[in-house]
Design a protein around this ligand. Structure first.
Ligand code: AMP
Length: 231
């Protein structure tokens, strides 16, 4: 069973992706993570992708498609080994891919080549104003090892601007500002809306309200995927 997960920045997609992979024993394939690894390792791909990623633009389809195909091939081989030993096959949860219609079509073609397909596409839906509160209200402890994390709207510190745990000043991450966030959200919805239509037409789309608690969202997401995939 394979699925795709969509969600705007701040929707908790990373956390929910981990829960889906755990529940359905899937491999988590995040193209953002794979590209960051390639950059860190300074592979050919990493060198080509580095400046594009730094500018917040999309890495060309053929480069990203290459790593996706390679991952699907690797998972297919691993599944053959698992079945040979009487084990269960593992599906893939795609995160950050596809990001446009060409990638969605490529993914379908690629999976078909390996005898499989996408069974569900879930999208975490949350109002833009809620995301602005979540991200722009976030405050972190300036004392790195402490790891204190707050939100001035939903989880304020006892004393304004100070960490409850160690008393250090609270700071705001540079990219947690409203202007950057609104720009990232505009890019997300511009890219994602057409792909959602693609999966909706195939009756694979699951819309999940993501404004509740982490565990409520997890419950709706897991039951939505289970129902769509008949598991
Ligand atoms: P992410 O962690 O998903 O936000 O991805 C970080 C960056 O990696 C993006 O801003 C893009 O530059 C690049 N990237 C990740 N996934 C893709 C994709 N499917 N297509 C093109 N570029 C991607």
């Amino acid at each position: 069973m394979n699925a795709v997960l969509f969600g705007p920045p701040g929707s908790g997609k990373g956390t929910q992706a981990r829960a889906v992979c755990e529940r359905f024993a899937m491999a988590h394939v995040s193209t953002g993570d794979l590209l960051r690894e390639a950059v860190a390792d300074q592979t050919d791909l990493g060198r080509q992708a580095q400046a594009i990623m730094a500018a917040g633009k999309l890495v060309p389809d053929d480069l990203v498609g290459g790593i996706v195909r390679e991952r699907i091939a690797r998972e297919t081989i691993a599944n053959e080994r698992r079945s040979a030993c009487g084990g269960n096959e593992r599906g893939i949860l795609f995160d950050g891919y596809p990001r446009n219609l060409e990638q969605a079509r490529f993914l379908d073609a690629c999976l078909q080549d390996f005898g499989t397909r996408i069974d569900a596409a879930a999208v975490l839906e949350i109002a833009e104003e809620e995301l602005v509160k979540r991200i722009c209200g976030r405050r972190l402890c300036s004392n790195d090892p402490c790891g204190g994390s707050y939100n001035i709207y939903s989880m304020p510190p006892r004393e304004e601007g100070k960490c409850d745990r160690c008393g250090s000043d609270l700071i705001r991450r540079k990219d947690d500002n409203e202007e950057t966030l609104r720009e990232r959200l505009a890019v997300y919805s511009g890219q994602t809306a057409p792909i959602l239509g693609y999966y909706e037409e195939k009756d694979l789309l699951i819309r999940v309200a993501a404004n509740g608690s982490v565990s409520d969202v997890r419950g709706s997401l897991l039951s939505g995927i289970a129902a769509k995939c008949g598991v």
